[in-house]
Ligand binder design. Structure first.
Ligand SMILES: Cc1cc2nc3c(=O)[nH]c(=O)nc-3n(C[C@H](O)[C@H](O)[C@H](O)COP(=O)(O)O)c2cc1C
Length: 136
């Protein structure tokens, strides 16, 4: 099963990077235990995430994510069966913020004006795939 959602970040800018680093470490540990893989896109205002795994594990993980106060207004954009994982090997990838990634975000139409939160699932999946390819 694959699930894609976007959300509005509630992280305060001064702590954002440290908090993100802590979150991703927790997520990677939990996901490794649950055989969940995926990718997290993070901008100052929003998150978008791809989760892949068995239906039960993905549902349990999404349940944990939905109640996390570090974001809100989650939009569940896609929930579909898949033949194979697009992010196998990623217990959870994270988009790092640098000039190249900002440029890649802009190629996919994600800019400060047209933000991550408003993008459709296909765009988010393609963007995450591109970034995962670059990070690997
Ligand atoms: C943007 C975002 C992404 C998250 N991704 C995951 C994830 O991939 N897997 C997971 O098990 N939990 C995920 N979570 C949930 C939290 O990591 C987890 O519930 C939380 O860290 C536990 O609370 P604590 O860190 O305050 O102990 C996510 C939360 C947020 C806000």
């Amino acid at each position: 099963m694959r699930l894609v959602y976007s959300s509005e970040s509630r992280l305060v800018e001064v702590n954002r990077r440290a908090e993100l680093a802590r979150m991703i470490a927790t997520a990677q540990r939990l996901n490794a235990d649950n055989h969940v893989t995926g990718f997290l896109l993070a901008t100052p205002g929003a998150f978008a995430q791809v989760l892949e795994g068995d239906a039960a594990n993905v549902a349990e993980t999404y349940g944990r994510i939905v109640v996390d106060p570090r974001h809100g207004n989650l939009r569940l954009l896609a929930r579909e069966p898949i033949e194979r994982r697009a992010f196998a090997g990623w217990s959870m990838g994270l988009s790092k913020q640098d000039q190249t990634n900002d440029f890649i975000f802009s190629l996919y139409g994600v800019t400060p004006e047209a933000d991550l939160y408003a993008q459709p699932a296909d765009t988010l999946l393609d963007l995450a795939g591109e970034l995962a390819g670059r990070i690997r």
